[in-house]
Write a protein that binds this ligand. Structure first.
Ligand SMILES: C[S@@+](CC[C@H](N)C(=O)[O-])C[C@H]1O[C@@H](n2cnc3c(N)ncnc32)[C@H](O)[C@@H]1O
Length: 251
């Protein structure tokens, strides 16, 4: 399935962006005007390096000081939309207010892969936003971890609207305190934690599906290489304003 992208910017700066889109070989380009803004939707060929091409396009706009909003991904026809979430308490110093692109990308992938009756592990939960989204989306149970006890306390507060047998919050490094089976593991921290996380998944946790985020497009090749070398294959990816998230399955 080809990659679809949605590019939004002020209408008067769209022409140079369109020239770059043509250069990337886009197809089925559609243009919509929303007052002073222009949105373009188009298809790109899906190659292993397409996320890097999308990133190049976004950088081109940014380098010229343009306000460009760029969302892209394979295996999707849906423009970006946040799921409905109950209100979350936030605190200074605890990440996870829904505003960051990496959180938004994880939310988009959680929606895309489906959560019905799944047992989910949310590593680096912050405010608990992804854990709450998983329960709101139909997950049977969520275990959330964070290395920071302030974040874990806040996540527990935000999760407390759900019955206590459906969730738990654990303070630990990645998932080092946990053993067992999960249907889906989600980790929005950084590219650096991926090698130790994948090693832990290989030895101590049974899981066949993984959402990872917290890395930028230039880190894409390393992330893909690490995933492959540990027996994971990227099924879906999403790009939002310089950031990437991937959904991988065990080969
Ligand atoms: C980028 S935030 C993500 C928060 C939330 N999951 C989201 O998607 O918005 C990363 C979180 O991971 C936690 N963290 C960082 N390193 C960690 C580690 N080694 N083990 C567990 N949690 C970690 C941080 O304290 C922070 O709350």
């Amino acid at each position: 399935m080809p990659v679809r992208l949605w590019l939004t910017c002020p209408a008067d700066v769209m022409p140079p962006m369109l020239a770059r889109l043509q250069w990337l070989g886009v197809r089925r380009l559609q243009r919509y005007l929303y007052g002073p803004l222009c949105r373009v939707s188009a298809l790109l060929p899906d190659t292993t390096d397409t996320p890097l091409r999308v990133h190049w396009l976004w950088e081109q706009g940014r380098q010229q000081g343009l306000t460009v909003y760029l969302y892209a991904g394979n295996d999707t026809d849906l423009p970006f939309a946040l799921p409905f979430l109950p209100p979350l308490r936030t605190e200074q110093g605890v990440f996870g207010s829904i505003r960051h692109p990496t959180t938004q990308l994880c939310l988009a992938l959680l929606q895309a892969v489906g959560l019905d009756a799944k047992r989910v592990l949310d590593i680096g939960t912050g405010t608990g936003v992804l854990a709450v989204a998983a329960l709101a989306g139909g997950a049977r149970q969520v275990i959330a971890t964070d290395i920071a006890s302030t974040a874990a306390r806040l996540a527990a507060f935000n999760l407390a609207r759900y019955p206590s047998e459906r969730w738990a919050v654990v303070v630990c490094d990645l998932a080092s305190a946990l053993r067992g089976c999960f249907d889906l593991v989600c980790c929005n921290i950084s590219a650096d934690v991926l090698p130790p996380l994948l090693s832990h998944l290989q030895h101590d946790l049974a899981c066949d599906a993984l959402i990872v985020s917290g890395f930028t497009a230039p880190e894409w090749r390393s992330v893909r290489r690490w995933l492959r070398s540990r027996g994971w294959c990227v099924d879906q990816w999403r790009f939002l304003n310089g950031w990437l998230a991937a959904f991988a399955r065990r080969l």
